[in-house]
Design a protein around this ligand. Structure first.
Ligand code: HEC
Ligand code: HEC
Ligand code: HEC
Length: 243
């Protein structure tokens, strides 16, 4: 506990000189409530690590090319997989597909009463690499997201991997998980929050999509198809795609 406070103080004083990310600001301001901490403690204990089978004997035929890793890693990937969605069996492939061109924060960070602006942000630093741009929220011209080389990420990794005592580890992990996720939303937006022609989350025009692309994205049959199935027991019928 003492060390955690110490590390946190160290971090807070050091970060004063860094450009402020709204997400980091909110993590700093977050307060931990005991009941939530208990829940997260339980969540972490019951968590099973997912390991991806990297080298399949037969490569999946959908996968045209290997997912090239980017120079910069998202802070979230300190703990989450590159393809982090697994719970919703229906939507997970689509959500994981979007994670390649939409940053986690676009879907999971939406503070109340704050006007965010969405822009493309390059995850590849070197000029000879193909740009790997992801739609990212900005606040006061500053990206809300941080990368895995940020101090908060280093600190998170250390706390996460600290193997001194298993009980202390669970406690510290729970605290860290709770603190980092207080500014985040659990659910993320619905497909139609973006694939719709009114009250869209993203301003597709300012993001540079052409008129034709915007119409296509707004009227796309796949998000419409998913929005018809709200209950888990409802069966998906492929013929509904044609409607
Ligand atoms: C220090 C490790 C760590 C970091 C960094 C981290 N997460 Fe998590 N996150 C967890 C753990 C542990 C859980 C619990 C369930 C699980 O394993 O998926 C979780 C769960 C979640 C959930 C499910 C809802 C919930 O709160 O339980 C969402 C959504 C999520 N994280 C998003 C993010 C995003 C977005 C970022 C980056 C801004 C991020 N996480 C960074 C460890 C982390
Ligand atoms: C296009 C929007 C979108 C993007 C981008 C996105 N998410 Fe999600 N995420 C969602 C939605 C919607 C859910 C709720 C899914 C459900 O209904 O279960 C979710 C759920 C989750 C969960 C918990 C449930 C699960 O499926 O295992 C985690 C963890 C998570 N997201 C982490 C991340 C991380 C980390 C990133 C970035 C690498 C990310 N998400 C990017 C929309 C998104
Ligand atoms: C945060 C906004 C957002 C959310 C939420 C979202 N999408 Fe998208 N989606 C986009 C954007 C932007 C693109 C286009 C990306 C590009 O082409 O660069 C896209 C592309 C797609 C495409 C590919 C379109 C094509 O033909 O090229 C499909 C299919 C799709 N989304 C389905 C879904 C489904 C299903 C969901 C819900 C599970 C969903 N989307 C949620 C923003 C979103």
């Amino acid at each position: 506990m003492k060390t955690l406070i110490y590390v946190l103080c160290l971090y807070l004083s050091a970060s004063a000189v860094q450009a402020a990310s709204l997400y980091v600001e909110q993590v700093k301001l977050s307060t931990i409530d005991d009941q939530k901490l208990q829940e997260v403690h339980k969540q972490i204990k019951e968590r099973t690590e997912i390991t991806l089978k990297e080298n399949l004997f037969v490569s999946p035929f959908h996968k045209q090319s290997q997912n090239k890793s980017t120079d910069k890693k998202s802070f979230c990937n300190t703990c989450h997989q590159q393809q982090p969605h697994s719970l919703d069996k229906r939507k997970r492939s689509f959500l994981n597909m979007h994670s390649r061109y939409i940053s986690c924060e676009t879907c999971h960070f939406s503070p109340k009463n704050v006007q965010l602006e969405y822009r493309w942000f390059n995850f590849n630093e070197t000029s000879n690499k193909i740009p790997a741009k992801r739609i990212t929220p900005f606040y006061n011209k500053e990206a809300v997201l941080i990368f895995s080389d940020h101090e908060l990420a280093t600190q998170a990794r250390e706390t996460w991997e600290n193997k001194s005592s298993i009980t202390a580890l669970y406690r510290e992990r729970a605290k860290l998980k709770l603190r980092l996720h207080i500014p985040l939303s659990k659910e993320g937006p619905e497909c139609l929050d973006c694939h719709n022609n009114k009250d869209q989350l993203l301003d597709l025009k300012s993001l540079g999509f052409t008129k034709k692309e915007i119409t296509k994205l707004q009227q796309h049959s796949i998000p419409r198809f998913f929005s018809r199935f709200s209950k888990e027991e409802q069966r998906l019928r492929m013929s509904d795609l044609l409607q």
